[in-house]
Write a protein that binds this ligand. Structure first.
Ligand code: NCD
Ligand code: ZN
Length: 482
């Protein structure tokens, strides 16, 4: 190769979804130019010594809440993406429960402007799919969504969950677009009824939160979502899988050929109902952290591919909002975008899985299922140079006071981990170098919807959709005659 590269990462172990090997990585104009032996590298302006380090494709976290616009005291695009950069995360998909919620093209345009101005890492924006935003789907797509989010259960932001009828119609409208719909799959009516009774019975303790949403809320919601996906052909993604029980309807749907993917989060793999006494409201999250017996089945589901990816549901709130006495008044969620990789690499160090498995769950599969592969999700010539250089041997203790997120409170505090991202590159630029934020990369992040290529849409039962059946028969005839 003759052209001069901008940077060569030397001496590290490059990790892909199916292997790890010694190689140097050359980067030019934000793209990976070469991967191989030192003597195969082009002339270069700058080198980064990665001896003893692992060179991973940056994580793609398809589930974060960066709260901007609306809740700057909890997080904004600058603090949230700084946290991502410190966590080795190079692309984030932001949820629509901001103020205002991202349910129409105008608000989406506002979010695009804010993110483009402040983001240190690349991003996608979800559009809100609710009963009253179905008509906005085409305009939201034109405005640049990565996909849609539908809340089957109420959560932070009090976004009303659609009826099953509304959900079917929403799926019918999204199916022909080929976009994927992320689902908060918890059935609202079950939870509401139980919470009302728990409150009436005077229960305000942290475990009452878990009691209000047993796994059946997820089993019912996942099953129903898969049925509607199968009927309409809409692609779906089950967010934050929390229980062993919901794996069965997910597996069955996949076996039937439903285009459904799933994510779980470190909190469901590593925390359990045993931790409620210790953390109180800090651990309150939707879906809830469940009984320990769910952990092994979730790990197994990652290994066998039933669960496709790791995301975080990074849901920042302030200490005051997380430590109220009455569990029902505690805001749901906690930060995670910055600690996911260290927590998961700890599991690699413990021998639970290989580092390439981690890359498959954190980067390759998210890129593949959201239409970003091979631009994202791999370290190979032609891919974006989105890279986390990690020290797998570094032992340290998570300290909420030292994280980038504005939300300095989480059940990760005090956890001993082994594995730390040292440098994070986004399209060839250091967003984080030697554990220091590179301030000039504020505004470097770009929306990835422009590079998204989903497979061809395969809508089903199109003669039975709401829009098909409400067409007047004579209008139909005219159309056919024309
Ligand atoms: C999320 C939030 O705070 O926005 N909270 C949570 O408990 N997970 C909302 C969500 O992802 O459901
Ligand atoms: Zn959710």
């Amino acid at each position: 190769m003759s052209a001069t590269a901008d940077l060569v990462i030397r001496g590290g172990i490059v990790v892909s979804a199916d292997g790890a090997y010694r190689a140097d990585v050359a980067i030019k104009d934000g793209v990976i130019a070469a991967v191989g032996a030192p003597e195969a590298m082009p002339a270069v302006r700058e080198t980064l010594d990665a001896t003893g380090m692992h060179v991973l494709p940056g994580a793609i976290d398809v589930h974060v809440h960066f709260r901007d616009p609306g809740y700057p005291h909890k997080e904004d695009w600058a603090s949230g993406t700084a946290a991502a950069a410190f966590g080795g995360v190079t692309t984030v998909f932001d949820m629509p429960n901001t103020i205002p919620a991202a349910g129409n093209a105008e608000i989406l345009a506002v979010k695009h402007r804010i993110a483009a101005e402040k983001a240190h890492v690349d991003f996608g924006l979800y559009g809100l799919l609710g009963e009253d935003t179905i008509a906005n789907v085409p305009a939201l797509i034109d405005a640049g969504v990565i996909g849609f989010k539908l809340y089957m259960g109420n959560t932070f932001g009090k976004i009303p969950s659609p009826s099953t009828g509304g959900m079917l119609e929403a799926f019918e409208v999204v199916a022909p677009t080929g976009k994927r719909i992320g689902l908060h799959a918890e059935t609202n009516s079950i939870m509401e009824r139980r919470q009302t009774r728990l409150t009436a019975a005077g229960r305000t303790d942290p475990l009452a939160h878990l009691a209000s949403r047993p796994a059946v809320v997820a089993v019912e919601a996942v099953s129903r979502a898969c049925i509607l996906s199968e009927w309409t052909g809409a692609r779906i993604h089950i967010l934050h899988i929390s229980s062993a029980d919901e794996l069965r309807p997910l597996r069955e749907a996949k076996a039937r050929g439903v285009d459904v993917t799933g994510e779980t989060c470190p909190q469901y793999l590593m925390l359990s109902s045993d931790d409620y006494a210790r953390f109180g409201g800090i651990i309150r999250v939707n879906p809830p952290v469940r009984e320990k017996s769910n952990q092994e089945p979730l790990w197994a589901a990652l290994i066998d591919g039933t669960v496709d990816m790791i995301a975080t549901d990074h849901a920042p709130h302030t200490p005051e909002e997380k430590t109220r006495n009455d569990i029902w008044s505690v805001d749901c969620g906690f930060p995670g975008v910055e600690t996911q990789m260290p927590a998961m690499l700890t599991a690699v160090n413990e021998g639970r899985m290989a580092v390439c498995d981690y890359v498959r769950w954190s980067s390759f599969n998210p890129a593949k299922h959201w239409g970003l592969y091979p631009r994202k999700g791999a370290i190979q010539p032609g891919s974006d140079a989105d890279i986390a250089v990690v020290d797998l041997a570094r032992s340290w203790t998570i300290d909420d006071a030292r994280i980038q997120s504005r939300s300095k409170i989480s059940p990760w505090h005090g956890r001993a981990v082994k594995g730390l991202p040292i440098h994070t590159l986004v399209r060839g630029r250091f967003a984080m170098r030697d554990r220091t934020l590179i301030a000039e990369t504020r505004g470097w992040g770009r929306s990835v919807h422009t590079i998204q290529e989903m497979p061809k849409a395969e809508p089903r039962n199109t003669d039975k959709t709401m829009s098909a059946i409400v067409r007047k028969p004579d209008a139909n005839r005219k159309e056919h005659a024309a």
